[in-house]
Design a protein around this ligand. Structure first.
Ligand code: SIN
Length: 193
């Protein structure tokens, strides 16, 4: 991935690829939405969040991309028209300011009857060297952290449940996300008993 991918260009539009909250809550205008995937990356709840789904001192966990040869990460690509490009990226840079940087990826999309197609897209990626990065932890530990965290954008568990729901609606498998969903739901059941 190219760090700090440019969003300028001469093309009449550009694409942004979302794999987390941008899948279920794109709060910007777009011309077109395509389901697709990137190769060699996996989605993980390894990024800390102190501005959306947690607070300083009690960070939540949100998704980022981890290099993972042989894997693919499903998401949604949005086509942004040139006249709103600046406004959209200003908004996204602010929304994703908690450790994410703009990178560039190649998104694989398939069109019915037309076979595969490749799109160059901007993606927000929180790399392992950012200050909010939390990294790997055992599933029960991540699940407990998600269960307890809450921030200005809402509870961390709603973020997880919405992620899982978006994957289910797209009929996409993600063992990491679904294992966390099961673990958090089990903890909630246990708590309410
Ligand atoms: C994304 O959705 O593509 C980035 C991570 C997030 O905002 O949840």
């Amino acid at each position: 991935m190219a760090r700090r991918a440019p969003t300028e260009g001469t093309a009449p539009s550009c694409w942004v690829f979302g794999y987390g909250s941008l899948v279920w809550r794109p709060d910007f205008p777009f011309e077109e939405r395509r389901s697709g995937w990137i190769e060699g990356w996996a989605r993980r709840f390894w990024q800390g969040s102190t501005d959306h789904r947690g607070v300083p001192g009690r960070p939540g966990r949100v998704v980022t991309l981890i290099p993972s040869p042989g894997d693919r990460c499903w998401g949604v690509a949005y086509r942004i028209s040139d006249d709103v490009r600046h406004a959209v990226f200003d908004r996204l840079d602010y929304r994703e300011k908690g450790g994410y940087e703009r990178d560039e990826v190649i998104v694989h999309v398939s069109s019915p009857g037309q076979g595969g197609e490749l799109l160059r897209a901007v993606v927000y990626h929180a790399a392992a060297d950012n200050p909010e990065y939390l990294g790997h932890a055992p599933t029960p530990e991540i699940a407990r952290q998600i269960l307890l965290a809450e921030g200005p954008s809402g509870s961390n568990r709603d973020y997880l449940f919405q992620m899982a729901e978006a994957l289910r609606s797209a009929e996409e498998e993600d063992t990491h996300v679904f294992a966390l969903e099961r673990a958090v739901r089990a903890m909630l059941d246990e708590r309410d008993r």
